[in-house]
Design a protein around this ligand. Structure first.
Ligand SMILES: NC(=O)c1ccc[n+]([C@@H]2O[C@H](COP(=O)([O-])OP(=O)(O)OC[C@H]3O[C@@H](n4cnc5c(N)ncnc54)[C@H](OP(=O)(O)O)[C@@H]3O)[C@@H](O)[C@H]2O)c1
Length: 257
Protein backbone atom coordinates (compact mmCIF):
# COMPACT_ATOMS: atom_id res chain seq x y z
CA UNK A 1 0.00 0.00 0.00
CA UNK A 2 0.99 3.63 -0.32
CA UNK A 3 2.17 5.37 2.83
CA UNK A 4 -0.67 6.98 4.77
CA UNK A 5 -1.21 10.73 4.41
CA UNK A 6 -3.62 13.06 6.21
CA UNK A 7 -5.83 12.90 3.09
CA UNK A 8 -6.41 9.17 3.70
CA UNK A 9 -7.96 9.63 7.13
CA UNK A 10 -7.22 10.13 10.80
CA UNK A 11 -4.28 9.07 12.97
CA UNK A 12 -4.74 7.08 16.18
CA UNK A 13 -2.16 7.22 18.99
CA UNK A 14 -2.31 5.15 22.19
CA UNK A 15 -0.41 6.24 25.30
CA UNK A 16 -0.86 9.83 24.16
CA UNK A 17 -1.16 11.37 27.65
CA UNK A 18 2.61 11.72 28.14
CA UNK A 19 6.10 11.12 26.78
CA UNK A 20 6.61 9.74 23.28
CA UNK A 21 2.88 9.27 22.56
CA UNK A 22 2.02 12.84 23.51
CA UNK A 23 4.89 14.29 21.46
CA UNK A 24 3.97 12.10 18.46
CA UNK A 25 0.29 13.09 18.64
CA UNK A 26 1.35 16.77 18.56
CA UNK A 27 3.78 16.17 15.70
CA UNK A 28 1.18 14.28 13.65
CA UNK A 29 -1.26 17.14 14.20
CA UNK A 30 1.43 19.59 13.09
CA UNK A 31 1.87 17.51 9.94
CA UNK A 32 -1.83 17.83 9.13
CA UNK A 33 -3.50 14.78 10.69
CA UNK A 34 -6.64 14.81 12.76
CA UNK A 35 -5.47 12.71 15.71
CA UNK A 36 -7.47 10.47 18.05
CA UNK A 37 -5.50 10.37 21.30
CA UNK A 38 -6.02 7.53 23.79
CA UNK A 39 -4.78 6.83 27.34
CA UNK A 40 -6.40 6.44 30.75
CA UNK A 41 -5.69 9.97 32.10
CA UNK A 42 -8.53 12.00 30.64
CA UNK A 43 -7.29 15.39 31.89
CA UNK A 44 -3.87 14.96 30.27
CA UNK A 45 -5.57 14.09 26.97
CA UNK A 46 -7.87 17.11 27.20
CA UNK A 47 -4.82 19.39 27.43
CA UNK A 48 -3.93 18.25 23.91
CA UNK A 49 -7.27 19.11 22.38
CA UNK A 50 -6.60 22.86 22.40
CA UNK A 51 -4.82 22.48 19.06
CA UNK A 52 -8.19 21.69 17.42
CA UNK A 53 -6.53 18.80 15.54
CA UNK A 54 -6.36 16.35 18.45
CA UNK A 55 -9.42 14.61 19.90
CA UNK A 56 -9.48 12.88 23.28
CA UNK A 57 -10.69 9.27 23.39
CA UNK A 58 -9.90 8.08 26.93
CA UNK A 59 -9.56 4.33 27.33
CA UNK A 60 -7.63 1.46 28.84
CA UNK A 61 -5.84 -0.68 26.26
CA UNK A 62 -6.01 -3.75 28.49
CA UNK A 63 -9.81 -3.81 27.98
CA UNK A 64 -10.50 -5.70 24.74
CA UNK A 65 -14.18 -4.79 24.33
CA UNK A 66 -13.47 -1.15 25.23
CA UNK A 67 -10.88 -0.89 22.46
CA UNK A 68 -13.35 -2.35 19.92
CA UNK A 69 -15.97 0.24 20.90
CA UNK A 70 -13.44 3.07 21.04
CA UNK A 71 -12.03 2.40 17.56
CA UNK A 72 -15.55 2.15 16.11
CA UNK A 73 -16.40 5.50 17.75
CA UNK A 74 -13.24 7.17 16.40
CA UNK A 75 -14.01 6.03 12.85
CA UNK A 76 -17.63 7.21 13.17
CA UNK A 77 -16.48 10.66 14.36
CA UNK A 78 -13.24 11.28 12.42
CA UNK A 79 -13.47 8.91 9.45
CA UNK A 80 -11.23 5.93 8.70
CA UNK A 81 -8.04 5.51 10.71
CA UNK A 82 -5.29 5.70 8.09
CA UNK A 83 -2.36 5.55 10.53
CA UNK A 84 -2.19 3.95 13.98
CA UNK A 85 0.70 4.26 16.44
CA UNK A 86 0.27 1.60 19.13
CA UNK A 87 2.53 3.08 21.76
CA UNK A 88 0.93 2.58 25.21
CA UNK A 89 3.35 0.76 27.48
CA UNK A 90 4.69 0.38 30.99
CA UNK A 91 8.05 -0.37 32.60
CA UNK A 92 7.90 -1.43 36.22
CA UNK A 93 11.24 -0.85 37.97
CA UNK A 94 9.93 -3.17 40.71
CA UNK A 95 10.99 -6.11 38.56
CA UNK A 96 14.66 -5.31 39.20
CA UNK A 97 16.60 -7.75 41.36
CA UNK A 98 13.86 -10.34 41.83
CA UNK A 99 11.68 -12.59 39.73
CA UNK A 100 8.26 -10.99 39.96
CA UNK A 101 5.39 -12.83 38.21
CA UNK A 102 2.93 -10.02 39.04
CA UNK A 103 5.16 -7.42 37.34
CA UNK A 104 5.50 -9.72 34.32
CA UNK A 105 1.71 -10.18 34.08
CA UNK A 106 1.03 -6.42 34.34
CA UNK A 107 3.73 -5.59 31.80
CA UNK A 108 2.43 -8.16 29.33
CA UNK A 109 -1.19 -7.04 29.89
CA UNK A 110 -0.39 -3.49 28.76
CA UNK A 111 2.54 -3.87 26.36
CA UNK A 112 1.49 -7.03 24.54
CA UNK A 113 -2.23 -7.67 25.13
CA UNK A 114 -2.98 -3.94 25.02
CA UNK A 115 -1.40 -3.79 21.57
CA UNK A 116 -3.30 -6.90 20.46
CA UNK A 117 -6.58 -5.42 21.72
CA UNK A 118 -6.08 -2.45 19.38
CA UNK A 119 -4.74 -4.52 16.50
CA UNK A 120 -7.85 -6.69 16.36
CA UNK A 121 -10.36 -3.98 15.34
CA UNK A 122 -7.77 -1.99 13.35
CA UNK A 123 -6.73 -4.94 11.19
CA UNK A 124 -10.38 -5.87 10.60
CA UNK A 125 -11.32 -2.34 9.48
CA UNK A 126 -8.17 -1.84 7.39
CA UNK A 127 -8.57 -5.25 5.74
CA UNK A 128 -12.12 -4.30 4.72
CA UNK A 129 -10.79 -1.09 3.16
CA UNK A 130 -7.67 -2.77 1.69
CA UNK A 131 -5.42 -0.05 3.11
CA UNK A 132 -3.89 1.28 6.32
CA UNK A 133 -0.65 1.75 8.23
CA UNK A 134 0.06 0.48 11.75
CA UNK A 135 3.25 1.00 13.80
CA UNK A 136 3.96 -0.95 17.00
CA UNK A 137 6.17 0.82 19.52
CA UNK A 138 8.70 -1.75 20.74
CA UNK A 139 12.19 -0.72 21.93
CA UNK A 140 15.89 -1.35 21.37
CA UNK A 141 15.56 -3.08 24.78
CA UNK A 142 13.71 -5.88 22.95
CA UNK A 143 16.76 -6.89 20.92
CA UNK A 144 19.12 -8.34 23.58
CA UNK A 145 18.17 -9.93 26.93
CA UNK A 146 19.12 -7.46 29.67
CA UNK A 147 19.23 -7.98 33.45
CA UNK A 148 16.32 -6.37 35.30
CA UNK A 149 14.25 -6.41 32.14
CA UNK A 150 12.84 -9.94 32.00
CA UNK A 151 9.31 -8.50 31.83
CA UNK A 152 9.78 -5.27 29.88
CA UNK A 153 12.45 -6.47 27.43
CA UNK A 154 10.67 -9.71 26.61
CA UNK A 155 7.36 -7.86 26.06
CA UNK A 156 9.17 -5.63 23.55
CA UNK A 157 10.85 -8.66 21.90
CA UNK A 158 7.35 -10.11 21.48
CA UNK A 159 6.19 -6.91 19.76
CA UNK A 160 9.16 -6.96 17.37
CA UNK A 161 8.36 -10.56 16.44
CA UNK A 162 4.65 -9.78 16.12
CA UNK A 163 5.35 -6.83 13.81
CA UNK A 164 7.63 -8.99 11.61
CA UNK A 165 4.98 -11.71 11.39
CA UNK A 166 2.14 -9.27 10.66
CA UNK A 167 4.20 -7.42 8.08
CA UNK A 168 4.62 -10.57 6.02
CA UNK A 169 1.04 -11.64 6.57
CA UNK A 170 -0.68 -8.36 5.73
CA UNK A 171 1.60 -7.00 2.98
CA UNK A 172 -0.66 -8.52 0.29
CA UNK A 173 -3.77 -6.98 1.88
CA UNK A 174 -2.72 -3.36 1.50
CA UNK A 175 -1.70 -2.91 5.14
CA UNK A 176 1.73 -1.49 5.96
CA UNK A 177 3.09 -2.71 9.32
CA UNK A 178 6.03 -0.96 11.00
CA UNK A 179 8.03 -1.42 14.18
CA UNK A 180 9.46 1.47 16.18
CA UNK A 181 12.57 0.80 18.31
CA UNK A 182 13.58 3.91 20.24
CA UNK A 183 16.70 4.07 22.38
CA UNK A 184 16.46 6.27 25.49
CA UNK A 185 13.92 9.09 25.43
CA UNK A 186 13.39 11.50 28.33
CA UNK A 187 9.85 10.74 29.56
CA UNK A 188 8.14 9.91 32.87
CA UNK A 189 9.16 6.30 32.13
CA UNK A 190 12.92 7.00 31.97
CA UNK A 191 12.65 9.55 34.80
CA UNK A 192 12.27 6.46 37.03
CA UNK A 193 15.74 5.26 36.02
CA UNK A 194 18.21 6.10 38.74
CA UNK A 195 20.52 3.10 38.56
CA UNK A 196 21.99 3.40 35.05
CA UNK A 197 23.27 6.19 32.84
CA UNK A 198 21.29 6.35 29.63
CA UNK A 199 23.46 6.95 26.55
CA UNK A 200 22.12 9.22 23.79
CA UNK A 201 19.10 10.23 25.90
CA UNK A 202 16.93 12.46 23.71
CA UNK A 203 13.91 14.72 24.27
CA UNK A 204 10.49 13.31 23.28
CA UNK A 205 10.03 15.96 20.56
CA UNK A 206 13.17 14.71 18.76
CA UNK A 207 11.94 11.12 19.06
CA UNK A 208 8.51 12.12 17.70
CA UNK A 209 10.10 13.84 14.68
CA UNK A 210 12.10 10.68 13.88
CA UNK A 211 9.01 8.50 14.32
CA UNK A 212 6.86 10.68 12.04
CA UNK A 213 9.63 10.83 9.43
CA UNK A 214 9.65 7.01 9.59
CA UNK A 215 5.86 6.91 9.06
CA UNK A 216 6.31 9.06 5.96
CA UNK A 217 9.23 7.00 4.60
CA UNK A 218 7.25 3.82 5.19
CA UNK A 219 10.16 1.39 5.83
CA UNK A 220 9.48 -1.50 8.20
CA UNK A 221 11.85 -0.45 10.98
CA UNK A 222 12.09 2.95 12.69
CA UNK A 223 15.11 2.66 15.02
CA UNK A 224 17.04 5.49 16.63
CA UNK A 225 19.47 6.85 17.57
CA UNK A 226 21.52 5.11 14.88
CA UNK A 227 24.58 4.74 17.14
CA UNK A 228 22.72 2.73 19.79
CA UNK A 229 20.69 0.81 17.19
CA UNK A 230 23.86 -0.26 15.35
CA UNK A 231 25.65 -1.26 18.56
CA UNK A 232 22.64 -3.21 19.84
CA UNK A 233 22.29 -5.15 16.59
CA UNK A 234 26.03 -5.83 16.41
CA UNK A 235 25.93 -7.33 19.92
CA UNK A 236 22.93 -9.44 18.90
CA UNK A 237 25.02 -11.07 16.14
CA UNK A 238 27.76 -12.23 18.53
CA UNK A 239 27.89 -15.78 19.88
CA UNK A 240 26.25 -16.03 23.33
CA UNK A 241 29.43 -16.23 25.50
CA UNK A 242 30.85 -13.11 23.87
CA UNK A 243 27.48 -11.33 23.89
CA UNK A 244 26.94 -11.96 27.63
CA UNK A 245 30.49 -10.85 28.46
CA UNK A 246 30.15 -7.62 26.47
CA UNK A 247 26.71 -6.81 27.90
CA UNK A 248 27.85 -7.44 31.50
CA UNK A 249 30.90 -5.24 30.96
CA UNK A 250 28.91 -2.35 29.43
CA UNK A 251 26.21 -2.53 32.10
CA UNK A 252 28.85 -2.36 34.83
CA UNK A 253 30.25 0.76 33.15
CA UNK A 254 26.78 2.32 32.80
CA UNK A 255 25.90 1.83 36.47
CA UNK A 256 25.75 5.17 38.29
CA UNK A 257 28.20 5.31 41.16
N1 LIG B 1 11.20 6.44 27.06
C1 LIG B 1 12.01 5.58 26.47
O1 LIG B 1 13.26 5.69 26.57
C2 LIG B 1 11.45 4.48 25.61
C3 LIG B 1 12.35 3.75 24.82
C4 LIG B 1 11.85 2.75 24.02
C5 LIG B 1 10.50 2.49 23.99
N2 LIG B 1 9.65 3.19 24.77
C6 LIG B 1 8.23 2.88 24.69
O2 LIG B 1 7.51 4.04 24.36
C7 LIG B 1 6.17 3.92 24.84
C8 LIG B 1 5.80 5.20 25.57
O3 LIG B 1 6.61 5.30 26.72
P1 LIG B 1 7.11 6.69 27.32
O4 LIG B 1 8.55 6.57 27.53
O5 LIG B 1 6.56 7.80 26.52
O6 LIG B 1 6.47 6.60 28.77
P2 LIG B 1 5.25 7.36 29.47
O7 LIG B 1 5.43 8.83 29.37
O8 LIG B 1 5.14 6.72 30.80
O9 LIG B 1 4.00 6.98 28.56
C9 LIG B 1 3.31 5.76 28.67
C10 LIG B 1 1.95 5.99 28.07
O10 LIG B 1 1.26 4.73 28.07
C11 LIG B 1 -0.04 4.98 28.60
N3 LIG B 1 -0.60 3.78 29.21
C12 LIG B 1 -0.05 3.00 30.18
N4 LIG B 1 -0.91 2.02 30.52
C13 LIG B 1 -2.01 2.19 29.73
C14 LIG B 1 -3.24 1.51 29.62
N5 LIG B 1 -3.52 0.43 30.38
N6 LIG B 1 -4.15 1.95 28.72
C15 LIG B 1 -3.89 3.05 27.95
N7 LIG B 1 -2.75 3.73 28.01
C16 LIG B 1 -1.82 3.31 28.90
C17 LIG B 1 0.16 6.09 29.62
O11 LIG B 1 -1.06 6.81 29.83
P3 LIG B 1 -2.04 6.68 31.08
O12 LIG B 1 -1.22 6.43 32.29
O13 LIG B 1 -2.76 8.01 31.07
O14 LIG B 1 -2.96 5.56 30.74
C18 LIG B 1 1.13 6.99 28.88
O15 LIG B 1 0.45 7.84 28.01
C19 LIG B 1 6.15 2.68 25.70
O16 LIG B 1 5.62 1.60 24.99
C20 LIG B 1 7.62 2.43 26.00
O17 LIG B 1 7.88 1.09 26.29
C21 LIG B 1 10.10 4.20 25.57
Amino acid sequence: MDRATPRDGAAFVTGASSGIGRATALELARRGYRVAATARRTEALRELTGTGQIFAYPGDVTQRAEMQTLITAIEADLGPIALAFLNAGVFLPAERGRFDPAAIATTYAVNVEGTVNCLEPLLAAMTRRGRGQIALNASLAGINGLPGSAAYGSSKAALIYMAEALKLEYAGRGIRIQVVCPGFVRTPMTDQETEFKMPFLMPPEAAAARICDGFEKGGFEISFPWQLATLTKFVRCLPYPLRFRLLSWSLRRARRR
